[in-house]
Write a protein that binds this ligand. Structure first.
Ligand SMILES: Cc1cc2nc3c(=O)[nH]c(=O)nc-3n(C[C@H](O)[C@H](O)[C@H](O)COP(=O)(O)O)c2cc1C
Length: 299
C-alpha cells in the first residue's frame, strides 16, 4: 500500500494518535468505522498475548461491520516503541506481520528491518520525529510517512514551530507528512493541510470520547485546561514531554485542602484560576466519537 492510498480511504484527513492507557479496541473500531485512522500502542496491553487478542477483536469487528454495511472501514494502526528498552518489540512486530496490521507507527527508532517487515505484507510505516535530523534518518530507513510532533503535542514532543518544520522536511522528503501538536478543531486540521501536511495527527482531542479509556478525573482536566497548562518537563520520565495535568493536579490538591491553606494564599487566589481554559474547546466529558467528528467538520 502507498501512503496516498491510505489517505484516499479516509473521510477526514485525521489520525487518532496512539495514547498510552487511553486508546484501545473500542476507540480504534469507532474511528475506522467513521473514516479516520484509529490507532493504539501495543503496550496498552500487558502482554503480547493480550495484544494479539486486541488485534483479533479489531479485525473481526471491522470485518463484520463491513459485511453488514457494505462499507469499507478506514485502516487501523499500532504504535511500536523501537528501542532496546522494549522487550516485546520482536514478538509484537511478529504479530503485526501475522495479522497484517495496515499501519505501524514507530517511536524512537526508525530502522529498516522494521520497515522491511511491514512492507513485506503491504503495510505502511509512519515514524514520529521532533527534529530534522531524526526525520532525515527515518527517511533513509524508508518510512512511508513522517509524523512531525511539534510544540504543545501531548506526551513526548518537540518544541519546534510547525510552519518551518513542515517546510524543512518537505525539502528533502516526499512521503506523507503528518502534523501533530494541540490540534483540536476542524480549523486546526484545515490549517495543517494549508501548511502542507497530508494528515492531522490528534491525540488529546479524542480523550473525552465515550470510546476512550480515560478516567473521569482526566476528562475533567481536559475541560478545565488552557494553553498555559501544558508543562514541558523532563522531571517526570527523564525525557522531555508535555504534561497537561500538573497545574490541574495542584489545583485539585489545593481545593481539597482548602481549609488548611493560609488565608493569605486564598485571598490572592494563588494558582486557583477562576476561568477554565479554552485550549481544546472541549466542554463534554463523554461524547460519542462520531459527534466529535461532526464538530471537526463544522468548526
Ligand atoms: C495521554 C497520552 C498518551 C500518549 N501515549 C503515547 C504512546 O504511548 N505512544 C506514542 O507514540 N505517542 C503517545 N502520545 C502522543 C500522541 O500519539 C500524539 O503525538 C499527541 O497526542 C498529539 O498531540 P495532541 O495530544 O496535542 O493532539 C500520547 C499522548 C497523550 C496525550
Amino acid at each position: 500500500m502507498k501512503a496516498q492510498s491510505l489517505i484516499d480511504q479516509l473521510e477526514l484527513p485525521v489520525v487518532a494518535a496512539p495514547m498510552f492507557l487511553i486508546s484501545g479496541p473500542q476507540l480504534v473500531i469507532e474511528c475506522c468505522k467513521n473514516g479516520i485512522v484509529g490507532t493504539f500502542p501495543a503496550l496498552n496491553q500487558r502482554s503480547s498475548e493480550g495484544f494479539e487478542e486486541w488485534l483479533i477483536e479489531i479485525k473481526s469487528s471491522l470485518k463484520q461491520w463491513e459485511e453488514e454495511t457494505g462499507k469499507k472501514a478506514a485502516p487501523f494502526g499500532v504504535n511500536l516503541i523501537v528501542h532496546g528498552s522494549n522487550p516485546r518489540l520482536e514478538a509484537d512486530l511478529r504479530l503485526c506481520v501475522k495479522h497484517q496490521v495496515p499501519l505501524i507507527i514507530t517511536s524512537l527508532g526508525a530502522v529498516s528491518e522494521v520497515v522491511n517487515a511491514v512492507h513485506s505484507y503491504g503495510g505502511l510505516v509512519f515514524h514520529d520525529v521532533i527534529k530534522k535530523r531524526h526525520a532525515q534518518k527515518a527517511a533513509q530507513a524508508g518510512v512511508d510517512g513522517l509524523i512531525l510532533v511539534c510544540a504543545g503535542a501531548g506526551g513526548h514532543a518537540g518544541t519546534l514551530n510547525p510552519m518551518p518544520f513542515v517546510r524543512e522536511v518537505k525539502e528533502f522528503y516526499d512521503g506523507a507528512i503528518l502534523l501533530s501538536g494541540a490540534m483540536s478543531s476542524g480549523q486546526d486540521v484545515a490549517s495543517a493541510m494549508q501548511m502542507g501536511a497530508d494528515l492531522a495527527y490528534m491525540g488529546t482531542r479524542f480523550i473525552n470520547t465515550h470510546e476512550s479509556k480515560a478516567t473521569d478525573e482526566y476528562r475533567e482536566m481536559i475541560i478545565q485546561s488552557g494553553a498555559s497548562d501544558i508543562v514541558y518537563t523532563a522531571a517526570i520520565s527523564g525525557v522531555h514531554a508535555n504534561f497537561l495535568g500538573l497545574v490541574y493536579k495542584l489545583q485539585v490538591l489545593l481545593k481539597n485542602n482548602l481549609r488548611q491553606l493560609p488565608k493569605l494564599i486564598l485571598e490572592k487566589k494563588w494558582i486557583l484560576r477562576q476561568k477554565p481554559g479554552k485550549l481544546f474547546g472541549v466542554q463534554d466529558k463523554d461524547l460519542q466519537l462520531l459527534r466529535i467528528l461532526y464538530q471537526l467538520v463544522n468548526l
